[in-house]
Design a protein around this ligand. Sequence first.
Ligand SMILES: [Zn+2]
Length: 334
Amino acid sequence: MSFILNAPWIAVQAEQLLAQRGHAWLLSGPSGLGQYDLALSLVSAWLCEKPAPQGACGVCGSCHAIQVRTHADLCVLMPETVMLELGWPLSEKAQDEIDKKTRKPSREIRVDAMRDAVEFSQRTNARGQGKAVLVYPAERMNNITANALLKTLEEPPGDVKFVLATESAHQLLPTIRSRCLAHTMRWPDTLQALSWLADQGFDGPEAEVLLHAAGGRPADVLRQAASGQTPAWWSSFPQAMARGEVAALSDLNPSQAIDALQKLSHDLVLRQSRAAPRFFSSDTLPKSKASLSTLTGWYKRLTTAARSSEHPFNAGLMLEALASEARLAITATH
Ligand SMILES: [Zn+2]
């Protein structure tokens, strides 16, 4: 499921990066800007049999092999949960373990997968266009896997190129960052983003509400829409939270709920500081007498909660606690 590959702002960046030499790129920026898609554009062009300055031809044997996820000279290094989500096949051994329920798909890039990648980069290439390793999201490497990758980046075995894509560059080892050419993802302007969203079936004023809700990051619009966050829901969400209505959170999992609440507290902090809200339109925000320190305290507690939200012991209880905390913060009188 590749959302954004042909978006104009990705194509421009691909052409710029392809014009430069470099055997390792680090693409960074917040979620929703398309770093995975840009990374895939780069490896496709590197491995293409007839690449143009704009990128891969899209029709040769190599391009086809990437489209069907079976290119022998491409190694994708991702957490298993992300591989499954993006439609990349797992190694036979990993798939077998998951099928037999010996373990769950991993949320980190596994040491085994890194070992395979190091071995891959030392092999001779199969199709004659060199080899490529795509790492995403690169911040999901632990210290062991990151150090193994670092060794390969320091002594690259000739014909292999790397692209690392991340949504949290600050979580990467500084030594990894320093071994790569850095590229900061460009933001699409609103018109580009809206016209791309229209192609995906979101248009009119609703698309604007959704883009606003996603902080201007188009791929996040699709992600949020997939989790049931409609424009009507988004517009009514701040008032519902001022009333502590847990039902407004019931379609979300805890991390989605925390994300939405962080945006709400962020906007209330902005309004308190006399700045324009970023995610909600002003007229949907509830009146609040809460002080700046109450609101920032709430925001900080949400940030802490976000770290443990992937494995809450009881999701229902967590949502209730989140809704009641939201009400307390918004209706606070100091
Ligand atoms: Zn091609």
